[in-house]
Design a protein around this ligand. Structure first.
Ligand code: ADP
Length: 556
């Protein structure tokens, strides 16, 4: 910019110089002509005054001519008829001068002027003619106007041109610098403006630039404010993303990573922003889905034993991936499926025998009364089993859905255990079991029906899976602010592997035996659920063929 301003100034200077020299040259040459004409006129008047009319003019002109300031000065005396009477250039052929411009003018107006190229002298001459009353006296000198003075003017002219050129050059540079300084400064600031958009502009000499700086300062302030807001929003989004249980990934149209949260990193592995995600993903289902051009997709992937559903959404910017852990849902779904299949199976067995016996009886195929009674007893037995099963299923479902209406009253656990033992007295006597009960005097605040269910299930199992003449011990005591209900037997015991599963619904070590003894496979599941409602725990220790101890620990 500096250079173009400089060039511009030099052109202006040159044009100005040319114009001013032309104008002043014209003025000077006009003035010069005028003053030369006046001088010549004055000389003519002096000559006229000194001329004696009775002495020949030629002689007198010879005397006057050496006084002239130039050798080439010519003086002529011309009659009104145009005839040259006398002339300092005698040798030249004198034709009639009436046609000469200056002579004509002098005859008409008294004074005549002319400038022309002399054919004889072969140079430009200035003529002045004066009407002396009896003759026309004319003087001529070589005249080239300002050109005659040029040799003496050249050094001064050159000096002034060079000086003014130098001065204007220096001034132009300074002016250009002064004009471009604010622009350079503003440019520097904008170029080196950091990521924080901060600018530092000085005060300029020109108000226009100060206005620009003030606008820029204002812009920088607003940009910084917006940047802060954007950063804050970004932090909020990052915080939300990092707190999410779901994995979140944002990709651009070319599958380059724009954003990823910690959960998604734990699923897909670490990557850098702008990495092409398809280069890093190991899951073929996910890779295929990413290459497909569908707006919405769902892909299931397994990561270290967990099942995730990835929801892939194509958006304007690119693609979003949302990984939702579905392990629990899948597990629940599986459990539900198993539960229904178990329930159907458990109901099918008694129904099949009921159907079989009832068909035989209905068709009158059994005639023996004793056989009929046996069959009817079997039907009744199966109905009882089914009724127990349905009751247990309903109870378990209510427990799971927290639908059970419970009351909280003080229950004497020792008395409750005694009542339950009494209810099993027939089986106990049949198996000739040795029963012992040790209990502290504990009143526990609970739902009596629920506590009955827990203890009767444990006692019932200790009877069912005992050996004849075995032992059944019940201990109820307080320890460390907890109540312990311990039911031990000397029965068949439970293997280590089975110990971990007996609390599952419908799990039975020996299905046939359990069914035969009226078990539903839901007793311990109900116990576990109930105990956990009281924030208690249940623990099993057992040795195969030796016996089992099940301990329920409830907080006081
Ligand atoms: P069930 O109605 O079959 O008794 P439970 O849920 O009460 O169902 O018990 C699950 C399984 O655990 C039983 O089928 C049995 O195999 C085993 N079991 C429970 N208690 C005992 C025990 N005291 N001794 C041996 N096995 C037991």
């Amino acid at each position: 910019m500096n250079k173009s301003i400089l060039r511009y100034f030099i052109v202006i200077l040159f044009v100005t110089l040319c114009l001013s020299s032309t104008i002043s040259g014209t003025l000077i040459s006009n003035n010069l002509l005028k003053s030369t004409e006046e001088n010549l006129l004055y000389s003519l008047k002096l000559i006229n005054y000194s001329l004696e009319r009775d002495i020949p003019f030629d002689q007198q002109l010879d005397n006057i001519n050496p006084l002239a300031y130039s050798d080439n000065t010519r003086i002529s005396i011309i009659g009104y008829d145009g005839v040259v009477v006398a002339d300092t250039y005698k040798e030249e052929v004198m034709e009639n001068h009436l046609s000469r411009e200056e002579v004509k003018e002098a005859i008409e107006q008294g004074i005549g002027y002319a400038t022309r190229q002399s054919a004889t002298a072969k140079q430009s001459l200035l003529y002045v003619a004066y009407d002396a009353g009896d003759y026309i006296i004319r003087i001529s000198i070589p005249y080239r106007g300002i050109l005659d003075h040029l040799p003496s003017l050249i050094p001064a002219l050159s000096f002034s041109i060079v000086t003014s050129l130098i001065i204007s050059f220096v001034l132009s540079i300074r002016l250009a610098n002064k004009i471009t300084y604010p622009i350079t400064k503003i440019n520097e600031n904008l170029t080196h403006m950091g990521a924080d958009f901060r600018i530092d502009l000085p005060y300029f000499d020109y108000d226009e630039f100060n206005e620009v700086s003030s606008t820029l300062r204002d812009m920088s302030h607003r940009l910084r404010k917006s940047l802060k807001e954007v950063q804050l929003e970004r932090m909020k989004i990052d915080e939300i993303l990092s707190q999410m249980n779901e994995g979140f990934v944002l990709l651009d149209e070319r599958h380059r990573l724009l954003s990823i949260n910690d959960k998604a990193i734990s699923i897909l592995g670490a990557m850098n922003i702008h990495d092409i995600v398809t280069d890093y993903v190991y899951y073929p289902e996910l890779l295929n889905a990413l290459t497909r051009d569908e707006e919405k997709q769902e892909v299931e992937i397994k990561v270290e034993g967990l099942i995730y559903v990835c929801y892939i959404n194509k958006i304007e910017l690119g693609t979003t991936l949302l990984f939702v852990d579905m392990t629990l849902n899948k597990k629940i779904e599986k459990m539900r499926r198993e539960f229904f299949s178990n329930v159907s199976h458990e109901l099918k067995t008694p129904l099949t025998s009921i159907k079989g016996y009832s068909e035989l009886l209905a068709q009158g195929l059994v005639s023996d009364e004793n056989q009929k009674i046996t069959m009817l007893n079997k039907i009744q037995n199966e109905v009882n089993n089914m009724s127990r099963l349905i009751n247990d299923i309903l109870l378990l479902s209510k427990l799971e859905n927290m639908e059970l209406k419970t009351e909280r009253i003080s229950v004497h656990l020792g008395d409750l255990s005694q009542d339950i033992l009494d209810s099993f007295i027939v089986e106990i006597n049949k198996r000739e079991l040795h029963v012992s009960v040790e209990h502290d005097d504990i009143e526990y605040i609970c739902d009596p029906q629920q506590m009955y269910t827990v203890m009767s299930n444990l006692i019932s199992n200790a009877i069912k899976y005992n050996v004849d003449q075995g032992y059944l011990n019940i201990k109820i005591f307080k320890k460390n602010n907890h109540v312990y209900i311990q039911v031990s037997d000397s029965g068949i015991g439970i293997s280590h592997i089975d110990q971990t599963r007996i609390f599952e619904r419908f799990y039975r070590v020996d299905k046939g035996r359990s069914r035969q003894l009226g078990g539903t496979g839901l007793g311990l599941a109900i116990v576990k659920h109930t105990v956990s409602q009281y924030k208690g725990t249940i623990d099993v220790t057992s040795v195969l063929h030796k016996g089992t101890t099940i301990t329920v620990k409830l907080p006081l």
